[in-house]
Design a protein around this ligand. Structure first.
Ligand code: 1HE
Length: 267
């Protein structure tokens, strides 16, 4: 499927295209290792809130040798407490629009995925890591603290103890370790990330919008609430999903032998 541009005004540090019903955004500030300045973060907000109506999944990746070096440290000028809170709130707002936006998001990782870069990756729903990927949270040694929702999202992937260790000691993890710990769910060879990420995004885009909404918006909420409330919400969302006419026609297709079967994983 050919890549097409779509009409959206983004800063120079980002570029957008679409392949079928998958929207693709690339971090294009390789000369600064895709460090995230405010302009880029606001550009990501524009991208994720302006997706055309027929887009059903999104993919984010980075140009150059690294996914992202995190917060642009050159912008970390003296901020007072109030300005610091509003800067962090900006990242929270934008990354929430990724995690709880219109469509599921696949992140393709390679090279450094550090600090705010890891926070950005953690806001995606599926992470594909090339073997060059490494993860770090250098905030501890820089005298700062994560501000892009990392304290909320990263412990949910790897646990509080591992995140503490990364921040206290500056420990970095390889792609293989990250895969074993749950920072990524796919590990691929050099240069294979984009194709794998796109194939996954296309597969995700073939689900019904209602099911994708339930998976990305409702499942994480259910996981945060008490089990009794979780069962109640699950009963509601599952009954809503199955009532959809598209669900009915997909179930019929299976029963009539016209749909795919569940296959063994590739070895
Ligand atoms: C940057 C940044 C940046 C590179 N902000 N300019 N993040 C960090 O602490 C990571 C800092 N960066 C690095 O450790 C390294 O740059 C990398 C391991 C990512 C890549 O190394 P390398 O050798 O390929 O590149 P480089 O020579 O270090 O950097 C190339 C240029 O990018 C250079 O600028 P130049 O003008 O001298 O060419 C660097 O200054 C620039 N650059 N990283 C600004 N991060 C919401 S809170 C989140 C808190 C955080 O994210 S803290 C973690 C910050």
């Amino acid at each position: 499927m050919a890549a097409e541009k779509f009409n959206i005004t983004l800063p120079e540090s980002l570029s957008a295209e679409r392949q079928g019903n998958v929207a693709i955004v690339k971090l294009t500030r390789a000369e600064k290792r895709n460090a995230l300045n405010d302009t880029t973060v606001l550009g990501l907000e524009t991208f994720f809130t302006s997706l055309p109506g027929d887009i059903a999944a999104a993919l984010i990746y980075g140009e150059g040798d690294h996914f992202s070096a995190g917060l642009d440290l050159s912008e970390l000028q003296e901020r007072d407490i109030r300005q610091g809170i509003s800067h962090s709130a900006l990242w929270h707002r934008v990354f929430d629009k990724i995690q709880f936006g219109k469509v599921p998001v696949v992140a393709v990782l390679h090279g450094a995925v550090v600090g705010g870069g890891l926070e950005l990756a953690a806001a995606a729903h599926v992470r594909v890591a090339e073997r060059s990927t490494y993860y770090g949270l250098p905030e501890g040694s820089r005298g700062i603290y994560v501000g892009g929702g990392g304290s909320v999202r990263i412990p949910r992937l790897i646990g509080v103890a591992r995140m503490m260790d990364m921040m206290l000691t500056g420990r970095t993890y390889s792609a293989e370790d990250g895969q074993a710990m749950g920072l990524s769910t796919y590990l691929v060879g050099p240069g294979e990330g984009f194709a794998k990420g796109l194939a996954l995004a296309q597969r995700i885009a073939s689900n019904t919008p209602l099911t994708n909404f339930a998976i990305t918006h409702v499942l994480p909420r259910i996981a945060e609430i008490d089990p009794g409330s979780g069962y109640a919400v699950e009963a509601l969302i599952s009954s809503i999903a199955q009532a959809d006419s598209e669900a009915k026609s997909r179930l019929n297709a299976f029963l009539e032998g016209r749909a795919n079967k569940v296959t063994r994983p590739e070895s």
